[in-house]
Design a protein around this ligand. Structure first.
Ligand code: TTP
Ligand code: MG
Length: 367
């Protein structure tokens, strides 16, 4: 006889976010043990303080001096003249990234890589937060054994909570936020910890008297939408830890891209071109590693008033030539109203065919 089935709700979601610590710098320190414990700054050549270009990342020792990603390299030199300045080795970073992502992917039901050193895993199958914590600890261990590098992990009921949690005890951190502790965990954190809330939005929120995520959660949504449009409603729900986005596992790359927000808005064409060159080198390293060729190249630029322009070019044939990426991207730099400064620049390659037949199972590759 068929017994009636018990009524059960959907299983609770458990999301894990993993982010490598000082990724490029940590790899350089692994390759050059003599750099261990020193302030290591990966990025453009500082040229005794006259260098153009920006910092890619800095070791935690260098961050004590105030050095951080996207800062002009000349400023980093000023803050930390005794630092070890290293030019990036993207091929190596991409290979290490691949090792990390392979391990992470095998640990989850669903896996989504979101940047070179960062991924979300849906680990709802662990069933409860005690098992999820054990799984996260095992993942940290496996990554360290394979690569010699540390990462930080956050676990929570949504992507936004997991992401904020992974940043909470960096480096080498593990923070688990159970559903009942979400508002307690978020409320006292500065509002800038919400992904996407940068210097500009932070300043505007401070003017409303909003300093913490708790302050943001208590403010009237309409006040936020008046100020930020749709984005206002988005950050309001994020402040409550509400985030329905699923971990999206996609087969094959749709595009690979890189974006950088400058520390200070700039009108220097040379800096824009140099930044595109660095991004081209990094994306080319991904192409080589993933055996891909592309047809479409897109440059995106956002100005100080948040006016965003993109320009693309699609080639007739698939290609993977680094100098072609660089030169085409320079030509695609869009014009802007006279006197406007640029705050963000991005480069994207898409329209892939696998070279030599191998296809990956990793999703988009966006910072
Ligand atoms: P992040 O994870 O943002 O930084 P990180 O890993 O260096 O440090 P953290 O411990 O805080 O996570 O970025 C990963 C890599 O991406 C970083 O090592 C270098 C590169 N990167 C840039 O090149 N430019 C940038 O503006 C940023 C933010 C990162
Ligand atoms: Mg990182």
């Amino acid at each position: 006889m068929d017994l009636p089935k018990p009524i059960t709700g959907p299983a609770q979601r458990i999301i894990l976010h993993v982010d490598m610590d000082a990724f490029f710098a940590a790899i350089e320190m692994r390759e050059h043990p003599e750099m261990k414990g020193r302030p290591v700054i990966v990025g453009a050549d500082p040229k005794d303080g006259k260098g153009r270009g920006v910092v890619s990342t800095a070791s935690y020792e260098a961050r004590i001096f105030g050095v951080h990603s996207a800062m002009p390299i000349s400023k980093a030199f000023e803050l930390c003249p005794g630092g070890v300045f290293v030019r990036p080795h993207f091929d190596l970073y991409v290979q290490v990234s691949r090792d990390v992502m392979e391990i992470a992917k095998s640990a989850a039901e669903r896996f989504e890589q979101v940047s070179i050193d960062e991924a979300y895993l849906d680990i709802s199958m662990t069933g409860d937060y005690t098992s999820a914590r054990a799984m996260a600890a095992a993942l940290k261990e496996a990554i360290r054994n394979k690569t010699g590098l540390t990462c930080s992990i956050g676990v929570g009921p949504s992507k936004v909570v997991a992401k904020i949690a992974s940043d909470y005890r960096k480096p080498d951190g593990l923070t688990v936020v159970e559903p009942g502790s979400v508002s307690g965990f978020l409320s006292s954190l500065p509002v800038g910890k919400i992904p996407g809330v940068g210097k500009k939005s932070r300043g505007m929120l401070h003017q409303l008297g909003v300093r913490t995520i708790g302050d943001l959660s208590r403010i009237d949504v309409q006040e936020l939408t008046a100020l930020f449009g749709k984005w206002g409603a988005v950050i309001h729900s994020l402040s409550l830890g509400t985030d329905d986005r699923e971990v999206r596992q996609e087969e094959g790359y749709k595009s690979i891209s890189r974006e950088i927000t400058f520390e200070n808005d700039t009108d220097k064409k040379t800096l824009l071109v140099r930044t595109l060159d660095d991004m081209a080198m990094e994306l080319h390293a991904v192409l080589v590693n993933e055996h891909l060729r592309f047809r479409t190249i897109t440059v995106k630029v956002r100005d100080e008033h948040f006016l965003t322009r993109t320009r693309s070019r699609t080639f007739e044939r698939f290609c993977d030539d680094p100098s072609l990426i660089r030169e085409t991207s320079h030509g695609l730099l869009p014009g802007f109203p006279e006197g406007r400064k640029i705050r963000l620049i991005g480069l994207r390659l898409s329209g892939f065919e696998p070279k030599g037949g191998r296809q990956t199972t990793i999703t988009e590759f966006i910072r």
